[in-house]
Write a protein that binds this ligand. Structure first.
Ligand SMILES: Nc1ncnc2c1ncn2[C@@H]1O[C@H](COP(=O)(O)OP(=O)(O)O)[C@@H](O)[C@H]1O
Ligand SMILES: [Mg+2]
Length: 224
C-alpha cells in the first residue's frame, strides 16, 4: 500500500500566515472595521475552522490571505512564494462563497482547468477522480447552470482540490449541503490534510467545527 499522495507543500513545511491584519471599508461617512489586528496561521496538514457570525470578517480575512484584498496594514506570508498575489493555485486554492465557476465550461471542464494550467499530464483524469470522491461523477458533462447550488458548491471544492494544493481556503463550503454531503466533503478535506494540505474553512456549521483540528473564533474583526 502506498500512503496518501502528498500535496505540493513547500520543502520546509511552513505555515501560511497573516499577522497584524487590519482592514476597514468606508461606506459614505461610515467606517466599517472588518479586521482589527488578526494573527492567523495554517500549518500543512491541519484543518482549521474559522467561526464567526455573519459580518464578523471571515470572508475579508480569507480574501486578504488570498491576495484578493489588500489589508490596510499587516502582512500575509505564503510559504515558498512570499506575497499572496503571486501564489499559484497549486500553492493556495480557494472555494469562494459564490463558487466562481465558469458558466461556459462543464462541471468537469471547470474542475480540470487548474490541473491543465498547472501542466498536469492528464487533467481530465485528475478531474474525474476528485469529482468521483465528491459524488459528482454523473454530472461531469453538465454546465454549472444545469446543476443544483449544492452541486455547484462541490464542483468548486473539486476545482480547489484537483491540483493537491499546499493550502485550501474554503468560504462556507457546506452552506448548501445536507448532512450526508457535508460529511462527504469533510471526509475529502480530511484526506487532503492527511496528504499534507493545510485547510482553513470559514463556517458556522457544527459539523465543520466537530471535524476541525483547531477552531478560531472571529468576533467583530478580532480573533477570540
Ligand atoms: N466591500 C465592502 N465594502 C464595505 N463593507 C464591506 C465590504 N466587504 C465587507 N464589508 C463589511 O465588513 C464586515 C465583514 O464582512 P465579511 O468579511 O464579508 O464578513 P463574513 O464573511 O464573516 O460574513 C461586514 O460588516 C461587511 O458588511
Ligand atoms: Mg462571508
Amino acid at each position: 500500500m502506498t500512503g496518501p499522495a502528498r500535496s505540493r507543500r513547500d520543502a520546509a513545511g511552513a505555515a501560511l500566515c497573516g499577522s497584524g491584519l487590519h482592514k476597514s471599508y468606508r461606506r459614505g461617512r461610515e467606517q466599517v472595521h472588518a479586521l482589527r489586528g488578526v494573527d492567523v496561521e495554517v500549518a500543512p496538514g491541519e484543518l482549521v475552522a474559522l467561526l464567526g457570525r455573519s459580518g464578523s470578517g471571515k470572508s475579508t480575512l480569507l480574501n486578504c490571505l488570498l491576495g484578493w484584498e489588500r489589508p490596510d496594514s499587516g502582512v500575509v506570508q505564503v510559504p515558498g512564494v512570499g506575497s499572496p498575489e503571486a501564489a499559484p493555485w497549486t500553492t493556495v486554492a480557494v472555494v469562494p462563497q459564490q463558487f466562481g465557476l465558469l458558466d461556459e465550461l462543464t462541471v468537469a471542464g471547470n474542475v480540470a482547468l487548474p490541473a491543465r494550467l498547472a501542466g498536469d499530464g492528464d487533467p481530465a483524469a485528475a478531474a474525474a477522480g476528485v469529482l468521483g470522491s465528491l459524488r459528482l461523477g454523473h454530472l461531469a458533462d453538465r454546465l454549472p447552470a444545469e446543476v443544483s447550488l449544492g452541486e455547484q458548491q462541490r464542483t468548486a471544492m473539486a476545482r480547489a482540490l484537483v491540483v493537491r494544493p499546499a493550502f485550501v481556503l474554503a468560504d462556507e463550503p457546506t452552506g448548501h449541503l445536507d448532512e450526508e454531503l457535508t460529511a462527504t466533503v469533510l471526509g475529502v478535506l480530511r484526506e487532503a490534510c492527511d496528504g499534507g494540505t493545510g485547510v482553513l474553512v470559514a463556517s458556522h456549521d457544527p459539523a465543520v467545527v466537530a471535524s476541525a483540528d483547531r477552531v478560531l473564533r472571529l468576533e467583530d474583526g478580532r480573533l477570540g
